[in-house]
Design a binder for this molecule. Structure first.
Ligand code: T46
Length: 141
């Protein structure tokens, strides 16, 4: 287990007999300026998503509904598998982290808050390239 990879932020949760409410105030709760929001839904049972890393992008991921797993690997080669199922918990994913997503439950909704606008040039979509970039980073440190 690597606590470096497993950074989970507890978001506010206000509950009463009517149910629960969670809110996110930009930099008050998430440690970057949110430039983009997107969400994954309607993922068929057994389908995998992800399989890439980002040079620069930082993200916060929330299981708004249902559950799914993230399998993470950072540039140091540390690995973590985490299941998300709480709408008031945000998993932080740093840049240079390889991620795969699996085991989406029926009706799962994965909300992602992103530090940058969409830019395909920021993606590393080959695992081999990710390991090469990670080795370069190691060499520089
Ligand atoms: C990530 C995980 C958690 C856009 O046009 N704009 C966007 O903002 C995004 C996120 C994607 N796209 C396009 C790019 C592809 O043609 O939507 C298509 C599907 O994207 P992708 O295959 O990258 O989807 P996932 O679910 O594998 O990955 C996504 C994010 O791309 C990625 O940054 O970390 O969710």
């Amino acid at each position: 287990m690597s606590s470096e990879l497993l950074q989970i932020i507890d978001l506010p949760k206000i509950s009463d007999h009517r149910g629960s409410l969670t809110f996110i105030e930009g930099s008050n709760h998430i440690p970057f300026n949110i430039k983009r929001v997107y969400y994954l839904y309607g993922v068929p049972s057994g389908e995998l998503r992800g399989g890439h890393a980002h040079f620069k992008l930082q993200q916060a991921v929330i299981a708004i509904s249902g559950s799914f797993e993230f399998i993470l690997e950072n540039a140091k080669g540390q690995k973590e598998r985490v299941s998300l199922d709480s709408p008031n918990k945000a998993l932080m994913i740093s840049n240079m982290t390889w991620r795969e997503m699996a085991n989406f439950s029926a009706g799962a909704v994965c909300l992602v808050l992103a530090s940058e606008f969409y830019d395909e040039r920021d993606y590393i979509r080959s695992y081999e390239d990710f390991k090469t970039q990670a080795a370069l980073l190691k060499g520089n440190n």
